[in-house]
Design a protein around this ligand. Structure first.
Ligand SMILES: [Fe+2]
Length: 255
């Protein structure tokens, strides 16, 4: 005979709790699961467990419009694979690394061969919680595929969205603090339904290399900051403006 179990309805309401019938005035109606707001943008499902959830459309800001303008149709994307990593660095260092490409010319030589990372061509913009980087394909490079510009979006506090120039692609995922000196990340890779396997393999290899380069950078920065020698730095007014934006939002949330 099965053991009596707690049962919830599909709407989250408590339907049954063993022995509750023996309780006087058992408040069954008040003991449902906590409601969570859920909404989708293309294949991406977002949940908000807060008491007063902001509508997803407003939370995403101009990101969907920028991505549509690039020519990427998110509704057509097909899930490919999930990449996961734990990084020996504070999540804010990982996020700040995402938010500037000042390091790209030196740290990501293969990336900088394809994308024009010069201050004149590589655009940085922030709007509310959204930080957006848009890097065109270099004028001397011919790249197959309909997307001739990369876009990298960061939705404060911790969502990264990457689109590389080329065929339809996107990778999306959070930067999750584990401890003050460890961070978990995943990126879910999606591609257009007609993108060939060879191109996908090339892009994954390319992005894996960029990821290896960034891991070395952020773990080195973390070791340096954890040494206690470092008091504060200086942000480059143009090239590191999105880090300033991130720090303002973070400081305001902590205040
Ligand atoms: Fe990087």
């Amino acid at each position: 005979m099965p053991l009596p179990r707690v049962e919830y309805g599909l709407d989250g309401s408590l339907r049954r709790a063993p022995r509750s019938e023996e309780e006087q005035d058992f408040p069954r109606e008040e003991l449902g699961l906590a409601p969570v707001a859920v909404a989708a943008w293309g294949p991406f499902v977002f949940a908000n467990a807060g008491p007063d959830p902001e509508p997803l459309e407003s939370a995403l800001g101009s990101m969907p419009a920028q991505i549509a303008e690039l020519g990427l149709v998110v509704d057509e994307l097909v899930f490919h694979t999930r990449w996961e990593a734990e990084i020996e660095a504070n999540w804010k260092i990982v996020s700040e690394n995402f938010l500037e490409c000042y390091h790209c010319q030196v740290a990501h030589p293969a990336f900088a061969e394809v994308i024009d990372v010069s201050a004149e061509a590589y655009s940085l913009a922030s709007d509310g919680r959204l930080s957006s980087q848009r890097g065109p394909v270099r004028a001397d490079v011919t790249l197959e595929g309909e997307l001739q510009r990369s876009q990298f979006h960061f939705l404060w506090p911790n969502l990264g969205v990457n689109i590389f120039a080329g065929h339809p692609n996107i990778s999306i995922g959070p930067i999750v603090p584990l401890t003050p000196d460890r961070t978990y990340r995943f990126l879910d890779y999606f591609f257009g339904p007609d993108v060939g396997a060879a191109w996908i393999d090339d892009l994954m290899a390319f992005d894996t290399q960029v990821g290896i380069e960034d891991r070395a950078l952020v773990e080195g920065v973390h070791r340096g900051m954890a040494s206690g020698v470092f008091e504060h730095g200086v942000l480059m007014g143009h090239s590191e403006q999105l880090i300033g934006h991130f720090q303002q939002l973070t400081a305001a949330a902590l205040a």
